[in-house]
Ligand binder design. Sequence first.
Ligand SMILES: [Fe+2]
Ligand SMILES: [Fe+2]
Length: 271
Amino acid sequence: MRLMFFGDVVGRAGRKAFLRHLPHLKARFSPDFVVVNGENAAGGFGITEEICATFLDAGADVITLGNHAFAQREALVFIERVPQLLRPVNYPPGTPGRGAGLYETASGRQVLVMNIMGRVMMEPLDDPFQALERELEACPLGIGADAVIVDMHAEATSEKMAMGHAADGRVSLVVGTHTHIPTADHQILPHGTAYITDAGMCGDYDSVIGMDKAEPLTRFQRRISGGRMEPAEGEATVCGVAVVTDDQTGLALNIAPVRIGGRLQPVEPDF
Ligand SMILES: [Fe+2]
Ligand SMILES: [Fe+2]
C-alpha cells in the first residue's frame, strides 16, 4: 500500500499550499491513503468545520490534531459528526471526538490511524505508550488492519523516538508532528516500522514555526508579550512523507520525505 502523511498545516498560507499541491502529489505518487495534521489550520490554532471539509474534499482521508485540537471551540461539537477527524487518543475519557479510527481505502483495505500526544513539556495526559498498546490490542496490524499509522504529536524528540521503537514491528508508520521542522532521520526501524521524528509543517518557513516572526521575537527578546501570534503569510512549503508498505505484513518497505513549494529545497520520493 502507498501512504502519504503531511505535517501540521499552519494558517492560510499552509492551507493554500496544501490544497494547491495535493492533487498533483496524489497524481504523482498514487497514494491509497492520505493523512494530514490540521491542528494549526485555522489562524494557527485549531480547525473549523469548513476547513476540515476542504481538506477532505481535496483528497485527505483522515485529519489528525494535537494540543490545539479544540482551540476553535466549534471543534468540540462538529468533531462528533466527522469520523475522519481525530484528536489525541490519550485525552481523558469523556473528551469529545475520538483518537483512533479504522478506515477503508478505495480498494477495500483497512487502515488504522491514531493520534497520540506526548507528555514531555506538554499537558499531563494519559500515558501515550499505554494508549498505543490499547489501540493495537483492539486492532492489530495484519489481523484488524492492513496498515497502521501513528501520528505522535510531541515536543521532545526523545519521546517521539521512544514511541517509534515501542511500536516497531507492529505499526506501518510512526510520524512525529507538533515541532513544525522536518527532520532528516526518516528510516525503517529494525522490525519494519517506517519512522520520522518530524514530518515538518505545511507553512511559511520564513517564520518562527509558522508564526509571523515579530511577536515570537518580542517574547524571546523582551520577555513581554506584544500581542497576538499570527501565522506568517508567505508562500508555504508542503512537508510530509511517503511510505510504501508490504501487502502481506503491513510493515514498511520504503519511506521518503516530500517537500514542495515555498522556501525549502524541494524533494520527492523516487518510488
Ligand atoms: Fe502544530
Ligand atoms: Fe501541536
